[in-house]
Ligand binder design. Structure first.
Ligand code: FAD
Length: 397
């Protein structure tokens, strides 16, 4: 491998950044790699529901970056990116630090999208990171000290909305009357039919109300306004949890140089940013030209991270880069405490068995993320042989 003087800088160490960093180090140990993240801990977001329900402890889903990267021999810096000069190859950070790079990977993920709907930012709870989780947990716990049947609305009938609704119902029983609001005419419309049907059963069993074809117009301190075929209805609310969509986390980018699509950075199928061939964007913040329909998931982010590690190696060696191809390995949804639904590789599974399989699949994924997380996790349990067929390394998200 040709040596390079300036580092490969990876900004954002979530699923995409973590995967590209660890794979690059593995493939090319002598390359100088610097990983920067504004937080001190990795968040295994698909397990946030289990942290809320105390099925796992929060440290199991949030290992420290410093430990992960020092174990791997990669330099880690905690700092917040505030600007990029693509012309000069310079990054600027919140403490005025400036860094130059040889190759740049940006993967700063996504943040909730309130679609500029009145009152959403001010009056809703979110569930995108651990700050959101802690805030929601505090509210839910406080509510236990007061009357039953508090009115809880979850906006968004995608996986996050459904998974949260089921967990909260199982945790808090009649403390909350839960309503899921969805603008389209079905729940989980982007998901596999089997998971959709299992989710519908799980909601019905828990008597969680679903309002389809309903659009939220405004959220105020005490009310939520919903528009559907009957017109606008204003309902009392105690809490609204907003899971209706995400947008790329790109507020630090002051430059207009980048081409964007649906707000996300447009990259070519080699994952390069258009007109900046030494810069790459992967994970939730980017969209691949010609592959616009890819889901915004950890599964995609990790596959992109794997692929990019190989492509950066090829670029340094002056070889042609390879086009990214997505392999759909299926999907898993948690449906309440101790239950889940899985649809993958022609196999479907639901209920308690699916819950155990989901646990094991994530446990088997942990070494992909980090050995230190694997050793820290009490999720590694003894029943692996039962689920052998699910446990292939790249299966599922
Ligand atoms: C509750 C929840 C459940 C989910 N469940 C699933 C699931 O079951 N399956 C699935 O496939 N996907 C799931 N997803 C989606 C999945 O988590 C995301 O698609 C995935 O995390 C995207 O990876 P990423 O690397 O692009 O971003 P992230 O993993 O979000 O990482 C972004 C990183 O960038 C850092 N960062 C942000 N801004 C800056 C800055 N300015 N400077 C420095 N660092 C910065 C952040 O601290 C973070 O570490 C879930 C998401 C949520 C919120």
């Amino acid at each position: 491998m040709k040596s390079i003087q300036k580092p490969i800088v990876i900004v954002g160490a979530g699923f995409a950044g973590m995967t590209v960093a660890l794979n690059l180090k593995n493939l090319y140990p002598s390359l100088p790699i610097l990983v920067v993240d504004s937080e001190s801990n990795f968040i295994f977001k698909p397990l946030m529901y289990e942290v809320l329900s105390k099925e796992i402890r929060s440290w199991e889903a949030t290992p420290k970056f410093a430990n992960i990267f020092s174990d791997a021999g990669i330099t880690f810096l905690r700092n917040c990116l505030t600007n990029i000069s693509f012309k000069e190859n310079i990054l600027e950070f919140s403490d005025e630090l400036k860094l130059s790079y040889k190759y740049l990977v940006i993967c700063t993920g996504s943040i909730p999208n309130s679609y500029l709907i009145k009152g959403v930012d001010e009056n809703c709870y979110f569930f995108n990171d651990f700050h959101d989780l802690n805030k929601l947990e505090t509210f839910l716990k406080e509510s236990q000290k007061t009357v039953l049947h508090k009115k809880l609305f979850i906006v968004g009938g995608g996986p996050s909305g459904i998974e949260l609704a089921c967990k909260i119902k199982d945790l808090f029983k009649d403390q909350f009357e839960i309503n899921v609001i969805e603008k389209s005419n079905e729940l989980l419309y982007k998901n596999k039919i089997f998971n959709r049907e299992e989710a519908e059963k799980a909601l019905e069993k828990r008597k969680i109300k679903v309002l389809l074809n309903s659009i939220v117009k405004e959220v105020s301190e005490n009310n939520i306004s919903i528009c559907n075929e009957d017109g606008i209805t204003i309902l009392d609310k105690d809490i609204v949890i907003w899971t209706a969509g995400v947008k790329p986390n790109l507020s630090y980018l002051e430059t207009d140089d980048l081409i964007k699509k649906d707000g996300r950075i447009l990259v070519n199928n080699k994952l390069q940013i258009e007109n900046n061939n030494d810069c790459f964007a992967i994970g939730d913040i980017s969209i691949i030209s010609g592959m616009e329909d890819l889901p915004i998931t950890a599964q995609v982010a990790m596959q992109e991270g794997n692929h990019l590690a190989k492509n950066i190696g090829l670029l340094i060696q002056g070889k042609d880069l390879l086009p990214f191809e997505f392999q759909d390995n299926g999907e898993m949804i948690s449906l309440g405490i101790g239950e889940a639904s899985i649809s993958a590789l022609g196999i479907t599974l639901s209920g308690k068995l699916a819950f155990e399989a989901r646990r094991l699949i994530y446990a088997s994924k942990l070494p992909d993320i980090t050995e230190s997380l694997k050793s820290a996790s009490s999720w590694i349990i003894q029943k692996k042989s039962i689920f052998k067929k699910f446990l292939k390394k790249d299966n599922l998200n």
